[in-house]
Design a protein around this ligand. Structure first.
Ligand code: ATP
Ligand code: MG
Length: 238
């Protein structure tokens, strides 16, 4: 399997605070990989670095065969990387439809293709179609998460980075969103999922890394980690 993402000895600091202290991980093409860990472990920092919002202090990132440092900024989106941030980051004063259009800003394949993809998002999440003209900020948390994911998909990413998609949502909505994420991945997107809900992440993904205080503490097949005593005690509340 080809790796769409390879991270080697990555270090990221906020001034004097070393948030990521040298981590190695990879994501294979078409894979669903989870990054789990406690509050402050460094999950968001890792995703923000991959999205080009933070600069690494050291280490290397290879995305889709290219040096990440050479791509940078908007070009990372064009190259196929999409981040759905913690807190969703939708444009609350724009309508659902306008948010989806914004998600396609980096595309050059023309309006008909973009319009067709908006319809595709509406068929994935019919709730968004009903609310196409509603201001995004007035939607429920679950609807906003659906929009955030759809907006990211409008950029036609190769690798989707999701930061805590289950946060603050009712279990039934979380289930619906995760079922959809799995469908999207089957349609040809690769997923790196950050979750504090470790059980959900391990049940969804094939492989996982456990990050603890800026280091990878454990890694393996998701079903093995689900049965790992250390993981059960620390992250699954057993
Ligand atoms: N802007 C910042 N300035 C200084 N320190 C920061 C900043 N953002 C994060 N940190 C620190 O970096 C560490 C990692 O934070 P990060 O947000 O990556 O954790 P996380 O694993 O996403 O946690 P959570 O599960 O709570 O979202 C923490 O110790 C945090 O306090
Ligand atoms: Mg976080």
């Amino acid at each position: 399997m080809n790796n769409i993402l390879e991270v080697r000895d990555l270090k990221v600091a906020y001034g004097a605070i070393q948030a990521i202290k040298g981590i190695d991980f990879h994501v294979g093409q078409g894979e669903m990989v989870a990054l789990i860990g406690a509050n402050g472990a460094g999950k968001t920092t890792t995703l923000r670095t991959l999205a080009g919002l933070l600069n690494p202090a050291a280490g290397s990132i290879t995305f889709d065969g290219q040096a990440h440092a050479a791509i940078k900024g908007h070009d990372l989106i064009r190259a196929g990387l999409a981040l759905v941030p913690e807190g969703r980051g939708i444009f609350s004063k724009l309508s659902v439809h306008e948010n989806l259009e914004m998600g396609a800003f980096s595309r050059t394949d023309g309006k008909p293709a973009i319009a067709a993809d908006i319809e595709r998002m509406f068929s994935i999440f019919p709730r968004l179609k009903e609310r196409a003209n509603q201001l995004a900020g007035t939607m429920s948390g679950g609807e906003q998460q659906m929009l955030a994911i759809s907006r990211a998909l409008m950029g036609k990413p190769k690798l989707l980075l999701l930061d805590e998609p289950s946060m603050g949502l009712a279990p039934i909505i979380v289930q619906k969103i995760f079922e959809t994420i799995v469908e999207v991945v089957k349609g040809g997107v690769t997923l790196l999922l950050v979750e504090q809900n470790a059980r959900l992440a391990l049940q969804t993904c094939q492989r996982a890394y456990v990050i603890d205080n800026g280091r990878i503490a454990l890694e393996g097949q998701a079903d093995e980690l689900l049965h790992n005593e250390q993981v059960q005690k620390a992250y699954l509340g057993e």
